[in-house]
Write a protein that binds this ligand. Sequence first.
Ligand code: BDR
Ligand code: CA
Length: 311
Amino acid sequence: MRQKIIIDTDPGQDDAVAILLALASPDDLDVLGITSVAGNVPISSTTRNCLMLVELARRTEIPVFRGSAGPLARDLVTAEHVHGPTGIDGIDRPAPTTQVAEASAVDFIIETLMTIDEVVVCTLGPLTNIAHALTEEPRIAARIKQLILMGGGHFEGGNTTPVAEFNIYVDPQAAAQVFASGIPLVMMPLDVTHRAIATPSRIDAFRHLGTPPGDAVAGMLDFYHRHDIERYGMPGGPLHDPTVIAYLLDPGLFTGRYVNVEIETQSALTMGTTVVDWWGVTKRPANCLVMRGLDADGFYHLLVERIGRLR
Ligand code: BDR
Ligand code: CA
């Protein structure tokens, strides 16, 4: 059965690979729309990047909706130092000519969820759009089949502060609203994504596809992994966001635990921490399937095989 999905995203090279993975899988995934959000770079750039990516995948029938320009209650924090000024540096493409849809991202999310059953929401950036949609139409919480998010960290710590991961840190109030909403949640934290390292040989596998999307992925990852090698001494950049789409295509690649997760929104020191009760010490009810394990070779095999289908 084709899974109906909405992709909410702030591209970002790793968002870009996630989007290409979804657009390369039309037999499995029916992408109803892509909604942009401010995060890695400001909203004008994340929206433009979404349009560029649907053109690269030759899937311009999929509408792109412009989303929130900043978090609910805080100033926007961006990550050009990781992703470059465009958000997807390393790609060599002309400016997109495809137009953004007229409706706002929040209106599209509400309208889609209220009229179509069994939609899965895939979030690859801060949760701002989803929080706005929940505030405007709380009934969407009961209508979402599942929300799969890249965000947070537990055993691995944070990548933006010692304890907070970027997507949750940028808009902790939005994350807290989503985690308290009762929506069935699946979380891909840094514990998983730091196992999904784009090593030079894995990047070469994309380049060897010999296609424009393969070259674009290799170019973006060549740029993106510099930061992680220099700053963290990793053997490459972690491909965070494609784990969300890979989970829909092959959940057997992942292992995790259904536990309670709360979001820290008060302390300046630990703002945006995902407080994961991995050992069940609080007895608070479980609200999220938190992933920890990944078959990294299987994950990269899936990515290369699927992106190889794009021409
Ligand atoms: C997350 O933050 C962004 O920089 C990436 O695109 C990913 O969604 C990782 O912390
Ligand atoms: Ca992202």
